[in-house]
Design a protein around this ligand. Sequence first.
Ligand SMILES: [Zn+2]
Length: 400
Amino acid sequence: MWFTERMVDIGRGSALGTSGASELFQLLRDGKPRTRAALSTLTGLARSTIALRVDALMELGLITPVDDAISTGGRPSSQFALNPTARLVLAADLGASHATLAITDLAGTRLGETNQPMDIGGGPEKVLGWMVESGRALLSQIDRDPKDLIAIGIGLPGPVHHATGQPINPPIMPGWDRFDVPGWVQQHLEVPVLVDNDVNIMALGERAFAWPQTEHLIFVKVATGIGAGVISGGLLQRGAQGIGGDIGHVQITRGAGTPCHCGNRGCLEAMASGPAIAGVLRQSGLDVENGQGVVALVKRGNIDAIQAIRQAGRDLGEVLTACVSLVNPSVIAIGGSMAQAGEHLIAGVREVVYTRSMPLATEHLSIVQSSAGSNAAVIGASMLAIHHALSPESIDAMAG
Ligand SMILES: [Zn+2]
């Protein structure tokens, strides 16, 4: 049931080097209708071979004949396209204190959704049990069956070993350390289960939602913690241990001796996260408990809060300047709850990154607020599942 780790999660699927029906399917994944003749021209395969593979994909339900706009007189359709509603995925954004679930089709269109407050500290069996039950309920609401599921994508608020789907020493998830998330879920829903940390799936979600053609994108989440999801060359970069993009504990100049919960001092997260900014504002006499409180003050126009969030943006910019030199992204999208403070945070980031980077690196660099917003994670979880389910390897296995 499990699979080897491959970088298939956001690949568009190359038409080269794949075999059998999957080669054809990767061409049709974009949803555009094509005739057998067009498919033959595109692949260089004989018409007879194309006919066989079209039949195989039709039998799986993955492609469907579509009406030919030009044809009249009731001739049978000669064009074929992805059949997005043939199969479904379950997408779960399991946060520290909330859970959002969605059922989407193979094009990522959300067909059903639910969310509720949820304490991740309740432990894996309670949280995943809710996910399985609510997933079944959502399917039933849209008159579909658990058998229609093709994969499940899950985002968790901590480090995850993507190949095994196990959380590794997650600081705010008691009871989850090395828990076999896919194995447990598969006892109830027998489909591939993909697990990743919340920032990585937010990067996937932001790209799918707002930047589908962008090959080089860094998504930064600024909330209780700070982290980044790095997409480079069209692929999510998890690194050797899965913590690639964990920029929260890079030391910044202004950090000096400020202690961080990680045990080091002067970390970005200790200076620019929601709780860190709230702490600074409390010292200057403001009644503010957490990041949410800071955002509320900024929205009310409080000058101290605006200055503090702009400085947090500059701190973030200091670390992102190094990221820009290393990755050369064309988009940096800033999300997470602190991004709701709006342009003040982004302005601080831009101020430093545009000043301190090499001109060529920033010539076409957009630094923007996340467009997907609070939906980034659940969209990304669906993308994680869809890209696995429709990968050449999975399609070949299905067409067997
Ligand atoms: Zn730290």
